[in-house]
Design a protein around this ligand. Sequence first.
Ligand code: ZN
Length: 446
Amino acid sequence: MTIRLYNTLTKSKDVFAPIDPNNVRMYVCGPTVYDFAHIGNGRPAIIFDVLFRLLRHTYGAAHVTYVRNITDIDDKINARAAERAKADKRNVPILDVLRELTEGTYAVYREDVRSLGCLEPTYMPRATEYVQQMIAMTQNLIVAGYAYAAEGHVLFRVKKKADYGKLARRSLDDMIAGARVDVAPYKEDPMDFVLWKPSVAEQPGWESPWGYGRPGWHLECSAMIEATMGETIDIHGGGVDLMFPHHENEIAQSEGAHHGHPLARVWMHNGFLNVEGEKMSKSLGNFVTINELLKDWPGEVLRFNMLRTHYRQPMDWTVAGMTESWKTLEKWYAVTEPLADPPVGAAFLEALSDDLNTPAAIAALHQSSDHELAGGLGLLGFSNTQMKIAAKKEVDEVAIAQAIEARKAARARKDFKESDRIRDELLANGIVLKDGPQGTTWEIKR
Ligand SMILES: [Zn+2]
C-alpha cells in the first residue's frame, strides 16, 4: 500500500518513500515537562502514534525508529528549580533539583499518553542529557559562519541562510512579528535567534566555551535528532504552532551544521485544538488536562474522539463529541475484540494511507465485517482495556468489596494460597489491591 503524506515543505501530498526502508526515522517535538499536559498536547501524541503504527504495519515493527524528546530546559522550569534549590537545605546541585522537579511531571505525562493508547517511542531523549552535543553543534555553526558569539550569547546569523523561511513561507515582516523578535545590543540583526545564553550562578546551567549558560530551545531538537538518528530523517512532526519559528530554526541549525543536508524530508503539522468552540487558556478556565479527563473518560474514548477529525483540520473538543465517541466504541466493542495482529480491510487501509485520513478510515470501519473491524481497531491502537475497566467499576463495586472480605477471611485462617488467588483474579480484571493500616483499599489499574 502506498502511503501519501502532506508535506508542509512542498505544500503537497507526496508519496512517502523512506531513505532506508529498513530504518524509517521519525521525530516529533515532545512536551515541556513544566506542567501537566493539556488535551491539545495529546493531539500530536495520538496522531503520530497512529502514523508510527501505520509505518510499523507497512515496514515492520523492527524497522521504524520514533523519537519524541522531553524538554526539561525551560525558563519556567529553571526559575522553579532555582527557587526550590534556595529553599532546600540539603545543598543539592541545581541540576539534580531540576531533575527531581521534572521527573514527576514527566512520569504523569508518560502515564497519560499510555492511557491514550500510545506506544512508547523508540527513544525519549531529555534535553539536559544532550547539552554537550548542543555545544558541539553550536561550535560547528560558528566555524561554518552561521553563528557568532557575543556577550556570553551565541546567535544564529539568519541572513547567512539564504533560504531561511522556506518551511513557514512567510514574509520577513511576518516572521519578525511571529518570532516576537527582541532587539538586543549584542545582536547583528533583530532576526538572529539564540543558540546559547548565559545563566546566573543560581540558575541551572553548564560550562561552555562561552561561559556558564544554557542552550536555546530550538537547538535541543536539532542536536537530539543528530544524536539519535543522524543528519537527515524521513519525517518530522509537531503542532502547527511550532512551524514558526521553532521548526524553521531547527532546519536552519541542522542544515547549517551539516553542509546543507536536509534535516527532514517530510514535515507534518497537526492543527489547533479548541475546547467547546474556544481557544484553550488558563484565564478562560477551559484548560483541560489529559490527567483530569482520564478521571471521567476511558483513554480509548479520548483517543477515538481525537481521530474523528483529520489531523490537519482545526479540532473542536467537546463533551458531546466524547459522548458520541463512547457510544460508537461501546457498540463496536460489543461485537468484536481488537486484534493485536490485524487483518485490515482494503478501504480502511487506503484511507489511513491517504495522509492519515482517520475520519475516512473510521467511516470504512462502519461498513466493515466484524473481523475487519477488529483488525482496523487494533491497527488504530485500540485495545478495549479501559472501557472494560470503566464498565466494571460501575457494576462491580459490590463484588470487589465482597472479594476483599473473602480475601481477609482467607488471610485470617492463613490460607494464603486462596488470598493470593483472589488478589490475582482482581488484578487480571484491572483492580489493584492496596493493603494499608486502615485495611485494604482498591484502585483501577491504568
Ligand atoms: Zn522541536
